[in-house]
Design a protein around this ligand. Structure first.
Ligand SMILES: C[S@@+](CC[C@H](N)C(=O)[O-])C[C@H]1O[C@@H](n2cnc3c(N)ncnc32)[C@H](O)[C@@H]1O
Length: 297
C-alpha cells in the first residue's frame, strides 16, 4: 500500500512521527560505542589485507613512516618508543619492532591481537613488544611500572591507523595523544576519508546512497566505518592541539575507483608503484579511501 506523503498527514500524526524520528536519533546517540573488531577479525583480515587493497595501504604507510623513524632514531641516537593504538593485525608495528624499536601494541579486541601475536612469533628476531588488550582509554593506568612506580607513559611516535572512524567520540583521542607524546614526538594518524564514499558512489551511480545522508550499513560485518570524520575536521583538531604537519598522503587514490581492470590494472606491482606516486600528488591524494597525516608537536 502506498504511504501518504508527509504533507498530507493530519497535524497530530505528523507531530507523532517527528517525535518518533527524534527518539530514534536520541537512541542512536545513546547507543554510540567504540567498535571492537572481535567478531570480525577473520573477515577484516581477509577483506582488507587478503589482497592488493591491503598491500597498497601498507606500501604507503611503510614509505611515510619508516624513513621518518630512521631519521628520528638517528637524531636521538637510540631506538624509538612507539605506541600503536587500535593496532589490529599490527603489521607496521611488528616491522618497526624488527627494526629495533620498542613497541607497545594495543587493541580493544583480543582476537585481533591474537592474530598480531601469531605473526610476531614468526619473526626470527627477538622483538621488544608489550601487548595490551584494552580500550585505549584504559591504557594510561597501565603505563606505570608496578614494581618501582616508574612512569613509562611517553612515546616518540604514536600510530593510530583506521581507528578514529570506529570511535564513539573520535575527537577525544587528541587529548590522549597530547598526554602520551614526548615534546618532539610524532603522530601517525590514518583515517577513512568520507569524500571517497561520495566519489565512489558517484562513479558507481549509487545516487540513492548520496541522497540519504542518514545511510548506515546495517550489515554487522560491514567495514564501512560508523563515525567517519572529514579531513577538514581532523585538520582543525590538529591545529587546535598545536601539531605541525610533516607529510600527508592518500591511500588507494585510484585503485578502488576503477570498475574495469584493464591495462596496468592487471599488474599489481605497477598499481602499487602508481599508488605510491599519486599518493603524494595534489589533487589526487585527497581522494584516497584513507588519508595519512604525519604530524609533530
Ligand atoms: C579498522 S581496524 C584498524 C586496525 C589497524 N590499525 C590497521 O590499520 O589495520 C580498527 C581497530 O580499532 C580497534 N578499536 C576500536 N575501538 C578501540 C578502542 N577504544 N581502543 C583500542 N582499539 C579500538 C578495533 O578492535 C580494530 O582492531
Amino acid at each position: 500500500m502506498p504511504t501518504k506523503p508527509q504533507d498530507s498527514q493530519p497535524e497530530s500524526n505528523r507531530s507523532i512521527s517527528i517525535e518518533v524520528d527524534r527518539a530514534e536519533v536520541e537512541q542512536a546517540e545513546v547507543d554510540r560505542a567504540d567498535r571492537s573488531f572481535d567478531a570480525i577479525a577473520d573477515h577484516f583480515e581477509k577483506k582488507v589485507y587478503g589482497g592488493l587493497k591491503g598491500d597498497i595501504r601498507l606500501a604507503v604507510l611503510r614509505r611515510d613512516i619508516f624513513e621518518y623513524c630512521t631519521q628520528m632514531s638517528k637524531d636521538l641516537n637510540r631506538p624509538l618508543r612507539i605506541l600503536d593504538v587500535g593496532a589490529g593485525l599490527a603489521q607496521i608495528s611488528i616491522e618497526l619492532a624488527a627494526q629495533g624499536h620498542t613497541l607497545m601494541i594495543n587493541d580493544i579486541s583480543e582476537n585481533m591481537l591474537e592474530k598480531a601475536k601469531a605473526s610476531a612469533e614468526k619473526s626470527d628476531q627477538v622483538l621488544d613488544i608489550t601487548w595490551h588488550v584494552c580500550p585505549y582509554q584504559d591504557l594510561a593506568g597501565k603505563l606505570t611500572d608496578k614494581v618501582n612506580g616508574d612512569k613509562k607513559d611517553k612515546f616518540d611516535l604514536i600510530l593510530c591507523h583506521a581507528v578514529l572512524e570506529w570511535l564513539a567520540e573520535p575527537a577525544a583521542v587528541m587529548s590522549f595523544f597530547d598526554q602520551h607524546l614526548t615534546d618532539n614526538g610524532a603522530l601517525s594518524l590514518c583515517f577513512y576519508n568520507p569524500a571517497s564514499f561520495d566519489y565512489r558512489n558517484l562513479i558507481m551511480g549509487n545516487f540513492n546512497l548520496l541522497d540519504n545522508p542518514e545511510y548506515k550499513a546495517d550489515n554487522k560485518k560491514s567495514l564501512t566505518p560508523n563515525y567517519p570524520v572529514a579531513k577538514e575536521e581532523v585538520e582543525s583538531w590538529l591545529a587546535t592541539h598545536h601539531y605541525k604537519t610533516v607529510r600527508t598522503s592518500g591511500l588507494r587514490v585510484f585503485h578502488d575507483y576503477a570498475p574495469l581492470k584493464r591495462g596496468g590494472h592487471n599488474d599489481p606491482e605497477a598499481v602499487i608503484r602508481m599508488e605510491l606516486r599519486y599518493s603524494q600528488l595534489e589533487p589526487y591524494k585527497w581522494l584516497g579511501r584513507y588519508l595519512h597525516i604525519l604530524a609533530t608537536r
